[in-house]
Write a protein that binds this ligand. Structure first.
Ligand code: ATP
Ligand code: MG
Length: 368
């Protein structure tokens, strides 16, 4: 099984550098998701691995071999795109078999491989159909079938589900995950959908502006984002960010903002940091809606409640900024109408440097 290593990989278009020296190691059989906003360099990075874009600097290594100068067809990778790029005049079986035909694979072997892969992908009943007579999800499965039959060292996916409707996306997402469990092929998957990233990835690579912001398991990035960018990118609705100033207190440091305050956890960097500018991050699901008498509550002004069934999103204002909270409805929305305060466990408040956005980690639990 084959790993992929990027070592200071750079992409330039003329004088414009769009990928600025990316380092990444994808282990054999690992499923790594590249995620980030539009234009951050995800596709460019993937296409350099595939050999569809020239590498301007650094090296790409696949299965121990530097492939910078190796043609795409000789890299032993298979790529699945957003627009399935099927041959319209060929039926499903021939679309899946296409790559094998060019390699002059024996007919009997092609037939058995196509049958097996069609079985895996639930396409057995559609082998005679043309792409035009398939649904979007079925077409995407054919595109995946075409990649699978080649038995590549590495699968590369560039937003393969983004043309599908929400329900089909969720379904295909689960199918891709199952397929990976079954085939165990090294996979690099590009998306700007953070739910896809969270659910599919062994590790997520968060990119912004041609650079890697952080690499880690989904829970790692969710619980310990390295900076405000990652913190705000993962999680839905996103983490609330509040600009604040640190004050010392008898019970430890406190973040002050708009005449209010929130206690912070045990953050070594803030021990002597009176007056320092910070940004605090509060996840919508980590607040507790307060009864009037709760200790040390934060006042908010509720604008709107969105009911999702078992849960509701409470859109409020804190100071002059929007602040979103997520709460269980417990079958009674009226109860939520009167909400005007919340409190939060200090250990659940994320703290970032107010200038750089870098996370200031809490001290490790002594007991841990
Ligand atoms: N041929 C090109 N010439 C010049 N700039 C390019 C070219 N192709 C891409 N770029 C630029 O490179 C940057 C990265 O593009 P890329 O397609 O990798 O982004 P992406 O992260 O895949 O975005 P999206 O989520 O929108 O697909 C963008 O700023 C883009 O405008
Ligand atoms: Mg792209």
């Amino acid at each position: 099984m084959s790993g992929v290593t990027l070592d200071r990989v750079v992409k330039e278009y003329g004088n414009l550098q769009v990928v600025h020296g990316v380092d990444l190691h994808v282990a054999p059989q690992e499923f790594v998701v590249l995620v980030g906003p539009s234009g951050c360099g995800k596709s460019t990075t993937l296409r350099m691995i595939a050999g569809l874009e020239e590498i301007s600097g650094g090296t790409v290594t696949i299965d121990g071999r530097v492939v910078n100068r190796v043609a795409p067809k000789d890299r032993d990778v298979a790529m699945v795109f957003q627009n399935y790029a099927l041959y319209p005049h060929l039926n499903v079986a021939d679309n899946i078999a296409f790559g094998l035909r060019i390699r002059r694979t024996p007919k009997a072997q092609i037939a058995s491989t196509v049958e097996e892969v069609a079985g895996i992908l639930g396409l057995t009943d559609y082998l005679e159909r043309r792409p035009a007579d398939l649904s979007g999800g079925q077409r995407q499965r054919v595109a995946m079938g075409r990649a699978i039959v080649r038995n590549p060292k590495v699968f590369l996916f560039d937003e393969p589900l983004s043309n599908l409707d929400a329900k089909l996306r969720t379904q295909m997402r689960a199918e891709i995950k199952r397929l990976h469990k079954r085939l165990g092929a090294t996979s690099i998957y590009v998306t700007h959908d953070q739910v896809e990233a969270m659910t599919l990835a062994d590790r997520i690579v968060v990119m912004s502006d041609g650079r890697i912001e952080q690499v880690g398991t989904p829970m790692d990035l969710f619980l310990n984002p390295a900076n405000t960018f990652v913190a705000a990118f993962l999680g839905s609705p996103p983490m609330n960010m509040i600009d604040a100033t640190v004050r010392g207190g008898d019970a430890g440091p406190v973040a002050e903002f708009h005449g209010q305050s929130i206690r912070l956890g045990n953050i070594p960097e803030l021990a002597q940091a009176d007056g320092r500018k910070i940004t605090i991050g509060i996840r919508p699901e980590y607040v507790t809606l307060s009864e009037a008498e709760a200790q040390n509550p934060v006042d908010i002004s509720l604008d709107l409640i969105e009911t999702l069934g078992s849960e509701a999103l409470l859109h409020a204002t804190l100071g002059d900024k929007p602040f979103v909270m997520r709460a269980p409805t417990e079958g009674d929305i009226d109860r939520l109408n009167g909400v005007s305060k919340f409190h939060i466990d200090p250990s659940l408040v994320h703290v970032f440097d107010g200038e750089t956005g870098r996370a200031m980690p809490a001290a490790q639990d002594a007991a841990a």
